[in-house]
Design a protein around this ligand. Structure first.
Ligand SMILES: Nc1nc2c(c(=O)[nH]1)N[C@H]1C(S)=C(S)[C@@H](COP(=O)(O)O)O[C@H]1N2
Ligand SMILES: [Mo]
Length: 333
């Protein structure tokens, strides 16, 4: 008889011990001598159902070699299937399940990322080569969408700051501008403004240099131990856990270091609703709804969705509040 554990999709706080739960693929392979056994065990270390079929559409994903987060934070993870089936990626439609439905054909290999602008050593890098040489880490982050839902996601990636240092930023570099792939043939939302929600493509985002260099800011290439599904921004996307989700630009092809604050997609479209900073702030409501609380998308069915208080800087205030000392965050929202 096949016995399914009740919490088969998630890691409860009790399970979040470094010994039992965060067996990295690297450790597993070292211990077992490699092979498929290692992969299965690595999957199982997240409490996934190895035999289940309730996973949304996703092009084949490759297992990643990464250093586990130690100690793992005591957070309940959003099940992998929900991380992959409740997305915003307007290039593939504005419905939450549109990206999973429409992005599977995205050609992510080969993929290059160009770093240019105020750097001494501009270059174009092969993202898949980068993934295999840079030294990946796991980062379990709380994520908060401006639409007042939240998730906890085990990302795999590397610090943006360490990466940018390779290109030798000049003293004139004050901001970092990011750009998503522009390819209307592959992205239906770029062909049709109704499908694409009226965004002026390509999607662009930006960070101040100190935000970009902060160790919490990562470029992610994977989640749940495997490469990113297209709907989550394959093959490489930004993750800034103290800011609203729209800062986390997906499927990045270009990073440009600049002197002046760069334009950002949501700010261009609705400047009175979306600022450049977009720090999670329960005290600053969106003009059309409150940001004081959020619905946490966790394990369980629709009715198990939990409403919880939103934390300033999404709970990362201790680490990042000092970046904004002296700034009026009601004005710089
Ligand atoms: N290129 C691009 N990046 C994007 C978006 C988008 O529409 N296009 N949506 C943003 C928004 S609003 C959110 S909440 C996050 C969602 O990331 P996730 O689907 O991986 O959870 O992606 C962000 N990055
Ligand atoms: Mo969002």
């Amino acid at each position: 008889m096949l016995i399914k554990s009740p919490s088969r999709h998630t890691l409860t706080e009790a399970q979040t011990t470094p010994e039992s739960a965060y067996v990295s693929r690297r450790q597993v392979i070292a211990g077992l001598g490699a092979g498929i056994g290692g992969l299965l065990l690595a999957r199982n270390s997240y409490g996934l159902d190895l035999f289940g079929s309730d996973t949304p559409k996703a092009a084949p994903r490759k297992p990643l070699d990464f250093a586990p987060q130690k100690p793992a934070p005591a957070l309940t993870l959003t099940p992998e299937a929900k991380v992959m089936n409740h997305n915003n990626f307007y290039e593939f439609g504005t419905g939450k399940t549109d990206p999973a439905e429409n992005s599977q054909g995205l050609k992510t290999e080969p993929w290059t990322l160009t770093v240019e602008g105020e750097v001494e050593k501009p270059a174009t890098v092969d993202v898949w080569k980068l993934m295999s040489e840079i030294g990946l880490e796991e980062r379990i982050y709380r994520m908060r969408c401006v639409e007042a839902w939240s998730m906890v996601i085990p990302w795999v990636g590397f610090e943006l700051g360490k990466f940018l240092t390779r290109f030798a930023p000049t003293s004139r570099a004050k901001y970092v501008a990011f750009q998503t792939l522009y390819d209307p043939e592959q992205m239906p939302g770029q062909r049709n403004r109704y499908v694409g929600g009226g965004v002026d493509y390509p999607y662009v985002e930006g960070l101040r240099m100190d935000e970009a260099m902060h160790p919490l800011t990562i470029l992610s290439v994977g989640l749940y131990g495997k490469t990113l599904p297209p709907q989550n921004g394959a093959p490489i996307r930004l993750v800034v856990p103290w800011k609203y989700g729209f800062k986390g630009i997906k499927s990045i092809v270009k990073i440009r270091l600049v002197e002046k604050m760069p334009p950002t997609s949501w700010n261009k479209m609705l400047p009175q609703e979306y600022g450049f900073y977009a720090n999670v702030n329960p005290a600053v409501d969106h003009p059309r709804w409150s940001q004081a609380s959020e619905r946490f998308i966790g394990p369980g069915g629709l009715f198990a969705v939990k409403r919880q208080d939103t934390l300033p800087f999404n709970g990362y205030g201790e680490e990042v509040a000092s970046l904004y000392s002296g700034m009026d965050l009601k004005k710089f929202y």
